[in-house]
Design a protein around this ligand. Structure first.
Ligand SMILES: CC(C)(COP(=O)(O)OP(=O)(O)OC[C@H]1O[C@@H](n2cnc3c(N)ncnc32)[C@H](O)[C@@H]1OP(=O)(O)O)[C@@H](O)C(=O)NCCC(=O)NCCS
Length: 333
């Protein structure tokens, strides 16, 4: 490790610091995941200053002697009941400055912070067969889950087939949808459906469970809106008022061509009726009608989540890369 590298914990991240962060992440992503979009400096500033729901953040910037940014580490500390043991790491070193110990030094600062914050589990994602995977394995993390990343490209999909799926009747159910925060009359039903995500396969990750209620779903809507992103939801509601399933898409701020899949869930008592396929096909139809600039949707699924993968393949999603989730059982001091 060159002694000239300094680790700077950041407090209230400034626009200039967000720009430095962006520089490192953009170079790192271009090296390891060529073609993957990097959030722009404004998006990164929003992410660093407005933590996701149920979490707070610690951040570090590593700089060289001349003040040049060479590495970044972000630690998400989960704060909701059921997840207070957990922290998630984002770590990048500029490719021109790798194999010099900067990543290890940032990780040491992160592990010390986990200990100080009473976190027993630290998770991190790295592209399969990448330097990040080698680094994680060498640094004491164990492999806990493999994620398949899939893309649906609108210009390659079977548009007529998808329309047929979206238009199909499902007696006893109707589709509804909204933008941003859930309408008040659906908030309780939506929270109940969100709890269905708790049985999503998470491999050996010590992820914990979060209980959703109406306040929490409203808070989630606000966090996304404050970041400047747009959340679209389509839900299938049963005649008895139960929300049987739903799917969420995130449109990053600005006119990004790639939409991100968030949750898709069907509650256990309503599985096996094609509702997951239905809500997702209806979402594609909505995106095409209302957001002409969006050309593709990216999603990821645990590689053993056979039902969700089958739904996605039927819609025309194609696997294009894999990520591994690693977990470190934080060692005592
Ligand atoms: C992972 C990453 C942060 C490592 O940063 P770094 O500054 O190069 O890490 P270090 O110099 O501290 O490496 C420590 C050890 O990890 C292992 N390692 C790191 N990169 C490796 C590679 N490309 N191949 C094999 N082993 C590697 C080595 O054992 C290395 O020690 P050595 O150089 O003495 O052999 C960097 O490669 C990166 O930014 N990757 C992309 C982002 C990412 O995947 N982040 C998540 C990973 S936790």
């Amino acid at each position: 490790m060159p002694t000239s590298v300094h680790l700077n914990p950041l407090q209230d991240v400034s626009a200039a610091e967000a720009l430095a962060w962006h520089q490192v992440v953009a170079a790192s992503t271009a090296h390891d995941l060529p073609g993957s979009p990097t959030p722009d400096p404004g998006q990164i500033h929003a992410q660093l200053t407005k933590p996701a729901l149920g979490s707070r953040r610690l951040t570090w910037l590593a700089t060289g002697a001349d003040g040049v940014p060479v590495g970044v580490a972000g630690l998400r500390l989960f704060t909701s009941a059921g997840q207070e043991h957990l922290a998630e790491l984002e770590l990048h070193v500029d490719p021109a400055h790798r194999r010099l110990g900067t990543g290890s030094r940032l990780l040491s600062a992160v592990v010390a912070a986990c200990r100080a914050e009473g976190r027993r589990s630290l998770i991190v994602a790295a592209a399969a067969d990448s330097p990040g995977e080698a680094f994680s394995e060498r640094s004491g993390f164990r492999r806990a889950l493999t994620l398949d990343h899939l893309m649906l490209r609108f210009d390659e999909m079977d548009a007529a087939g998808l329309r047929r799926i979206a238009d199909a009747e499902h007696p006893g159910y109707r589709l509804t949808g909204w933008t941003g925060t859930v309408p008040d009359d659906l908030a309780d039903a939506f929270a109940a459906a969100k709890n269905a995500m708790n049985d999503m396969p998470v491999g050996d990750l010590d992820y914990g469970n979060v209980a959703w209620d109406a306040d929490r779903v409203r808070a989630m809507g606000k966090v996304v809106a404050d970041r400047g992103d747009t959340l679209l939801t389509i839900a299938a509601v049963h005649d008895d008022g139960t929300m049987a399933g739903y799917t969420e898409i995130l449109l990053p701020r600005g006119a990004a061509p790639r939409a991100q899949q968030y949750d898709t869930a069907v509650v256990p008592g309503h599985r096996g009726h094609g509702l997951g396929l239905w809500v997702k096909a209806a979402m594609v139809r909505r995106l095409r009608a209302e957001h002409a600039g969006v050309v593709e949707i990216e999603t990821d699924n645990a590689d053993d989540n056979v039902h969700m993968l089958a739904v996605n393949h039927q819609l025309g999603f194609r696997s294009y890369r894999r990520t591994r989730e690693f977990q470190l059982d934080v060692p005592a001091a």
